[in-house]
Design a protein around this ligand. Structure first.
Ligand code: KIV
Ligand code: ZN
Length: 527
């Protein structure tokens, strides 16, 4: 006789807006964070880590707004183990329906001796004091012993026992530097279950980094050992090589449900729309071969595979594209498509735009449809990105005029509106090595920026010489001796215009980061 045990829920904790956003080039402004939060709610996220409130006024504001907006989902704010951080986090979270403070302090001797210059006993006492302090504000307190995987396991067990006793309700075990191996991480989590007497009073969580490409494998190993919360990010973005990718983890649990007796509440059909939204917002595309959300994740190229797929999709497909929200339509849109047909297609792709967003979208749609005969899903996605999620930044390009030829020196005129200057329009003309270079030189003259382009990447969104082009640039600016790096993204039917728009997009992001940080001190903590 076979017995089946009841499936247990694994809580999904999203840290895209905190660990993900703190990675160079991934910063988002408040509007973008709010849009993204709405999508995380749609996706079925259990806990959203909205930011690190003490780290900057911009982060504080974002956590506060997200806390006030979200219903039915827990909102977490990060805090170091000290009273000031916790007070500030509480201030940002106080209006949330279901707030959580996430406190961390290092448990490894490497950090304790070299970074903090304290003893283990002192660190333990600080951890306990901060959890008690947070419990004065709310019952939902998460504690992370940072760099746990390079720590003495007995010391971690001692710390975990003490903080649970002090009131922590979730214990998160971070592999901060992506050092653990799956079998070893499994043993570590099992060790904690066996050696912390009050472990049943808390949910055990894990937070893995991907330095050795093992974040998802380590997270799965921890689930096998009994962890019931996992921390992850969309597209796996995050510090250095990133965090556990939510889409990989959730689909592994779904596809291999035979191996894991657990479930999540993620609506997997929202996975690809969420991934795409993040790339629209940040301007950073995922690599084509990225599991689940890469452009080639469901593309079968070899003849044998294609033959098998035509006979039966199960031959080479372990999950269906529809399961993760990939929808394809045979309907090709164009200049004569009615508004209803376009809206229906957008809804089908998972985009439900407000009237105001639709108005902006249709302005762009009309311009494109006048130039391009057939409009595909990929084009619609780009237009949604432009109409809805693009940074409403300081500078807006209002005109570009390029003159170039095989034998005439390229020259570009650019006109820009500066919102800081009451929307006054300025223009300038410059020469350069081609239309883009000349245009970027003109933008530099108008804005006075010292920012430099570090890399320039161009892709055609669909096939054909009339395809939309997308340019992504990496731009760096030196501020107070520190290099600030951002990505900029521009889309246009003309390659040169797309390049100029991508540079201006990057300038807007730099401007936003400078504003966000200038009011308060930026904390020195490197997570
Ligand atoms: O990687 C890490 O250790 C962290 C903690 C703050 C949980 O991000
Ligand atoms: Zn981390």
């Amino acid at each position: 006789m076979s017995t089946t045990t009841k499936k247990e829920k694994v809580y999904i904790f999203d840290t895209t807006l905190r660990d993900g956003e703190q990675a160079p080039g991934f910063s988002m402004n408040i509007d973008e964070k709010l849009h993204f939060t709405d999508q995380l709610v749609k996706l079925g996220m259990d806990i959203i880590e909205a930011g690190f409130p003490v780290s900057s006024p911009g982060d504080f504001e974002a956590v506060k707004k997200i806390a006030e907006r979200v219903k039915g989902v827990q909102v977490a704010g990060l805090a170091r183990a000290n009273r000031k951080d916790i007070d500030v986090a509480w201030d940002a979270l106080r209006n949330a329906e279901n707030p959580r403070i996430h406190i961390f302090i290092s448990s490894s001797d490497i950090h304790i001796n070299y970074q903090f210059k304290k003893t283990r006993e002192e660190v333990l006492a600080i951890a306990v004091d901060s959890v008690k302090h947070a419990r004065n504000y709310m019952p939902n307190v998460e504690f992370s012993p940072m760099d746990a995987t390079r720590s003495d396991w007995n010391y971690v067990a001692q710390m975990v026992e003490a903080v649970i006793h002090a009131g922590a309700t979730t214990i998160n075990i971070p592999d901060t530097v992506g050092y653990a191996m799956p079998s070893e991480f499994h043993q570590f989590i099992t060790f904690l279950f066996n050696n912390v007497p009050n472990i049943d009073k808390a949910i055990v969580s894990v937070h893995c980094h991907n330095d050795l490409g093992l974040a998802t494998a380590n997270t799965l190993a921890a689930i096998e050992a009994g962890a019931r919360q996992v921390e992850c990010t969309i597209n796996g973005i995050g510090e250095r090589a990133g965090n556990t990718a939510m889409e990989e983890l959730v689909m592994a649990l779904k596809v291999r449900g035979d191996k894991y007796n657990v479930y999540t509440d993620i609506n997997t059909k929202q996975i690809v729309p969420t991934s795409k939204l993040l790339t629209h917002i940040t301007g950073v595309n995922v690599q084509p071969n990225k599991a689940i959300v890469g452009a080639n994740a469901f593309a079968h190229e070899s003849g044998i595979h294609q033959d098998g797929m035509l006979k039966n999709a199960m031959t080479y497909e372990i999950m269906r594209p529809e399961d993760v929200g990939i929808t394809k339509s045979a309907l090709i849109l164009g200049k004569h498509s009615g508004r209803h047909a376009v809206i229906a297609r957008l809804n089908n792709m998972g985009y439900n735009l407000s009237d105001e967003e639709l108005d902006r979208f249709f302005k762009l749609f009309k311009v494109l449809a006048d130039k391009k005969k057939q409009i595909f899903d990929e084009d619609l996605e780009v237009l949604v990105g432009e109409a809805v999620y693009k940074v409403k930044g300081r500078y807006k390009v209002t005109n570009v005029q390029i003159s170039t030829g095989m034998y005439s020196p390229p020259m570009t005129l650019v006109t820009i509106k500066d919102r800081n200057d009451e929307g006054v329009e300025s223009f300038d003309v410059a020469h350069g090595n081609g239309g883009v270079d000349a245009g970027i030189n003109a933008v530099k003259k108008i804005t006075g920026t010292n920012a430099k382009i570090e890399s320039f990447n161009l892709v055609a969104i669909t096939g054909g010489s009339d395809a939309l082009c997308e340019v992504t640039v990496t731009v760096v600016e030196e501020i107070d001796g520190k290099q600030l790096k951002v990505f900029g993204n521009g889309v246009n039917i003309d390659i040169s215009v797309a390049g100029i728009l991508s540079f201006v997009d990057a300038l807007n992001k730099l401007d936003y980061i400078k504003q966000r940080n200038h009011i308060g001190e930026k904390i020195e903590a490197q997570l």
